[in-house]
Design a protein. Structure first.
Length: 185
């Protein structure tokens, strides 16, 4: 589903992707995986994962602002459109220590990866493999064996979360639609 990117998940978190160059002065547009543009614009330094060798390069943010659906960012050392276009498709990371603190009922999506998902009825859905934003909402990608299920993170879905488990209250039909069994019939 998602492109493979190797990085130290204990140290870094993936927050965005560079979608295109903006203007002629080297600015780039970035889409925030969280859907929240301030998750990009609040940082003074960003790590860019180069596509070819997946090397992380630290860039200082000279300026950033929120566009309509993407953040527009000027990185030090990216002075013109040609340099900005070379960053197309690159992933954007920050150090986890740079993330703002949360309240008790909040969480970062990356904290859900690897957790077991069960329903309120006790049925095992699978393990959270990854997450993404489809433009409307965040979705968890949950796998059980070869089956993959996408769980939308809408209010009321997650009813309980611990260090190892998530309990969800899926709306009727969500898990059967996602199971792929309908396609076989």
């Amino acid at each position: 589903m998602a492109e493979s990117l190797s990085f130290d998940t204990e140290k870094y978190v993936l927050i965005a992707k560079i979608t295109k160059a903006h203007g002629i002065k080297g600015e780039v547009k970035m889409v925030a995986f969280s859907g929240e543009l301030q998750s990009i614009t609040q940082h003074k330094e960003l790590y860019i994962a180069l596509r070819d060798d997946q090397q992380l390069i630290l860039y200082t943010v000279l300026r950033s602002r929120a566009g309509n659906k993407e953040a527009i960012v000027q990185l030090q050392g990216v002075a013109d459109r040609n340099e900005a276009e070379k960053l197309y498709g690159c992933r954007v990371l920050v150090e986890k220590t740079e993330l703002p603190g949360l309240t008790d009922d909040e969480f970062y999506l990356h904290e859900l990866e690897g957790l077991q998902v069960t329903t309120v009825d006790g049925d095992l859905v699978g393990i959270v493999e990854s997450f993404f934003n489809n433009g409307m909402q965040n979705l968890l990608v949950v796998k059980k064996g070869t089956d993959e299920c996408m769980i939308p993170l809408i209010p009321g879905i997650i009813v309980k979360r611990t260090q190892t488990d998530i309990t969800i209250a899926p709306p009727p039909g969500l898990l059967s639609i996602n199971s792929g069994n309908n396609a076989k019939e």
